[in-house]
Design a protein around this ligand. Structure first.
Ligand code: DUC
Ligand code: ZN
Ligand code: ZN
Length: 472
């Protein structure tokens, strides 16, 4: 199948220009500037389909480098399967996800990874890869890290939070970082001081503070900034590269910025929820409603001014990537596990379908440029996690993952329960976006067009990743 996308404005981190994009099978064959006749003007007649993208943006498909399909958490499982979650992602212009395979404490890392391959294989609508969560650092799991790098799993997540579940102590973190230095992989960190948080949580509950808002109040910004600083110091001791996930506190990013400025190989990501949602407006809603917005790191206080600072750090590249940390739970029976005890509310928000739209709104609002939107949501994730230029680029030879985005369109999120994630509510209900994902192409196949879905499970393939382009 040959497709010509005609007259669109092609947007990459390098700039925006009118061009035609020729797709041949699963890859991009050419990006043709107007007036370039070297490929022959009859090209339009030699293709199977012409898609007119006049007045629309043509961008590389979104890459969400932080999702949790089917994650076991808080006595339940994240409600999107690989099938439902990747379908929802495709609807929203995301054509690759990197999910987190889990090594549970006491389990072999290889067995945890095999479980994740089993969940995803044959079920995904778009291409996918995995980072590996190391839930128990010991001699065996450190050896396994080397093995996994050869299998295309080149990044490992550790937790400074959740004692007794995913938590690693400083010595374990240090050893994992030393291993990463040797095998060239990236250490990803959930940076919150879980030991301090557990004390604050127990004290709040003992005082009868059980509402969802206490989830944030028992995880103050200091717990994030302290853990971020400690993770950076451990990385400095070892020389390991470090990528801090889901950053929400401006003070934590400030610490990261300081280390970057001193020349350390440290990176940060944030997520749409930290840019738009807050403790006051969402987590503090009456009754148990706020449970919809319980996630970790937590939504922060609007009054503390985190959101503007996070946008600023996105402009200055102190934050390099916007992922979702997509971790959906239904309100009924899942979030409700925490009625009367906020600490039992499963942590997570579902956004995999909305990230491209939500961050495009940042372009409309003047927070970031069009090119930076593409860089934060597609190109840098590909480069950071060893997928570039197969993904994240509109260039000859790259996979034909393409989104045609209509800046004159409108998207009303959650209106009439019309999202496609497997959730009985949306944390984004009522959000209006001044733009619309018109057409989505995944490896040469048109999967979304005219508000209709044409994708299929099993189309998505596992991506063996190389090493990060941000490391030497
Ligand atoms: N944060 C969440 O919100 N959910 C799952 C795990 C995490 O770190
Ligand atoms: Zn995390
Ligand atoms: Zn996560």
């Amino acid at each position: 199948m040959k497709i010509l996308i005609k007259n669109g404005s092609v947007v990459t981190p390098l700039g925006t220009s009118l061009a035609n994009v020729l797709i041949d099978g699963e890859t991009i064959a050419a990006v043709i500037a107007p007036g370039d006749t070297t490929l022959g003007s009859e090209i339009e007649h030699s293709v199977d389909r012409v898609i007119d993208a006049t007045n629309k943006y043509v961008i590389p498909g979104g890459i969400d480098s932080h999702t949790h399909m089917e994650l076991p958490f808080g006595g339940t499982f994240a409600s999107d399967t690989f099938e439902t979650g990747t379908r929802a992602a495709a609807w929203g212009g995301t054509t690759t996800i990197i999910d987190f395979a889990v090594q549970k404490y006491g389990e072999r890392v290889q067995d945890g990874l095999a479980t994740w391959h089993g969940k995803a294989a044959g079920n995904c609508h778009i291409d996918y890869s995995f980072h590996q969560i190391i839930g128990g650092v010991d001699d065996d799991s450190l050896k396994a890290m080397d093995e996994l790098v050869n299998e295309g799993i080149t990044s490992f997540k550790l937790f400074m939070a959740y004692p007794g579940v995913f938590y690693s102590d400083d010595g374990q973190i240090l050893r994992a970082m030393q291993t990463a230095v040797n095998n060239g992989s990236m250490i990803m960190m959930h940076a919150e001081n879980g030991i301090a948080i557990d004390v604050l949580v127990a004290q709040a509950l003992a005082e009868g503070k059980t509402d969802p808002k206490y989830h944030s109040l028992t995880r103050p910004w200091e717990t994030e900034a302290e853990a971020t600083n400690r993770a950076i110091m451990l990385a400095r001791m070892t020389g390991a590269p470090l990528y801090i996930v889901h950053m929400s506190a401006k003070q934590a990013v400030n610490v990261l910025q300081g280390a970057k400025d001193e020349g350390w190989n440290v990176f940060g990501e944030t997520c749409p929820q930290y840019l738009y949602l807050s403790l006051e407006d969402h987590l503090s809603q009456p009754g148990f409603e706020g449970a919809k917005w319980v996630c970790s790191t937590p939504l922060r206080s609007k009054e503390e001014g985190h959101q503007q600072e996070l946008w600023r750090y996105l402009r200055t590249n102190d934050l390099s990537i916007i992922s979702t940390d997509h971790c959906p739970f239904c309100f009924k029976e899942q979030k409700e596990l925490g009625v009367g005890d906020f600490s039992k509310i499963p942590n997570g928000i579902g956004s995999v379908e909305h990230r491209m739209d939500l961050i495009y709104q940042g372009v409309v609002d003047g927070q970031i440029s069009l090119e930076r939107w593409v860089e934060l949501c597609s190109t840098t994730p590909a480069r950071m996690f060893g997928l570039y230029p197969q993904k994240g680029a509109l260039a000859p030879g790259s996979d034909a993952d393409v989104v045609i985005y209509n800046p004159a369109g409108r998207t009303e999120i959650g209106l009439n329960k019309t999202h496609h994630m497997n959730m009985d509510h949306s944390a984004w209900e009522g959000t209006v976006i001044d733009g619309h994902v018109d057409t989505v192409i995944s490896r040469g196949k048109v999967v979304v067009e005219n508000n209709e879905y044409h994708g299929a499970k099993g189309h998505g393939k596992f991506l063996k990743r190389g090493l990060s382009q941000y490391l030497t």
